[in-house]
Design a binder for this molecule. Sequence first.
Ligand code: ADP
Length: 599
Amino acid sequence: MRTFRDIPIKQKLVIMNMAATTAALLLAGLGIVLTDSLLFRRYLQRDLSSLAKIIADNSTAALTFNDPRAAAETLGALRARTHVLSACIYRPNGSILARYAPRGSACPAVDRRDEIRFSREGVVVSQGILLTGQRVGTLMLFYDLGEIAERIKLYGSTVFGVLTASSLLALLLSSRLRTVIENPISQLVRASTLVSETGDYGTRAEKLSGDEMGVLVDRFNAMLAGIQSRDDDLKRERERFRFMAESMPQKIFTATPTGDVDYLNRQWVEFAGPGLERIEDWGWAQFVHPEDLEENLRLWRHSIETGEPFHFEHRFRRADGKYRWHLSRAHAMRDAGGKISMWIGSSTDIHEQKEKEEALRRANDDLQQFAYAASHDLQEPIRNVAVYSEIVSRRYHDLLDAEGQQFLGFLKEGGRRLATLVNDLLAYTRAGMAEIVEAPVDSSVVFEHTLASLAEAIRESQATVTCGPLPRVYVGEAHLQQVFQNLIGNALKYRNEKAPCIHVSAVGRGADWCFAVEDNGIGIDPKYKEKIFGVFKRLHHDRNYSGTGIGLAICQRVVERYGGRIWVESQPAKGSTFFFTVPRHAQPGDPAQVESSVG
Ligand code: ADP
């Protein structure tokens, strides 16, 4: 059922007008009728009181002489008042002297209170008849209410007539006037319907009045103009984006917040074939290499859930069925409220680069295997040189002259140096190999292990080695120990006359942990701060600082394997601080998580 709220405004206006007019007129009519009947009652009271007094005064003689005829004549004067039902003159003893009852109505019972009483049947008047102040009888008058009823009828019909006429007039006027209000509203409704149906924000509502409706129409039009200009901007931006996306060499896509790809540029379609144009939802997944698919979907879902950027290397199937490596990235675009409104992404063909890297990696692996095998195999003969030169030195010491003994000394020293060198080379090749890291490694534990293995050197140099709070990191334990061992070992070795004071610390810096190993040793000339990380690069060749020049190269190799970097800040004689970074979180495809054998 339609309620008042749902009917059209024009009907509402008419109903409201009519209701207001009728209510006002009814109230006014009711007021008039009520006031009149009240006033008329008072008038009737006064009128009947004076009529009764006149009759009573004229009846004094008839009562005195007990003359019923004279009394009846006096009462006969009431004939002119058609609403008198009956009138009686009572003697003092209560008997009736004369009666007047034109319609046979009974006389009201005698009542000596001299009053006017209104009842449902009519008005009863009692009036004492006095002679020189003495009561000689009573006049009782019974008057009907017909006069009041007639007046009410008359006023009622007048009010009804006025009401009908004015309602008709109000109806006529309001139907004329309603157009003044209704037309501007209809204009607004028409314009807004047109906008919502056609999406044409160029539509405007016509302003028909200068009142609030006119203001509303102005505001509505201004709002439409604002939306139109924003819509135009949006269209221009969309065009610009499409133009850019179509002219870029990369493959571009956009996706809904839930990850459904809703736009692919020409490069995509050219690459994957027209079948791609028709894909819906996550159908693009069928073009991903089966081996990359699971990880690809996992990462994409993760990005959709968290809003984090998507970054993945995967193979995509070309129209000819061959797969090519792509680097895909996608970023979430957010609206003013921070909610993701769309994803925009690109895929770059990195197939050639990937193949080159793979070839290089294979060559590197071969070289590494060779270096590893060579240094491993060299250990045995070198150990023999050391052992047998020692045996010769012990057994044939007396047979050798001073020169022979000096040569033997050179042989022993050379063997020892060769053994260290081969050991370091072995460590260097190990640094390039991956290590399995199943859980993050507590670097403070690795630090303690390092101290234990350097205990002899620390004791001998009377060094103090301390550390701050150290984090858990995604670096292989053996690799991290190699770095600590070389850096702390160097800090112990390259000391001056003061006892070494070494401090290891770490701070979070962006996505990395930055470690620092600080010493109070001899320091390094800044011009060599790059060079010292090269293999066999040494700044000190005197006997006090023995070494092979491989330690820092090992550190650099390890750190770079994990995507970090290593550098030094130092001044001669002012100590050195070696810094290195490692990522805070496990990286996808992290070398530390790839299984490989070490040693
Ligand atoms: P090695 O210590 O075997 O010579 P490294 O690769 O460890 O080789 O170091 C390379 C060179 O860097 C060293 O020869 C030394 O001159 C310099 N160096 C390394 N660490 C320090 C340090 N803490 N203080 C001063 N010089 C250093």
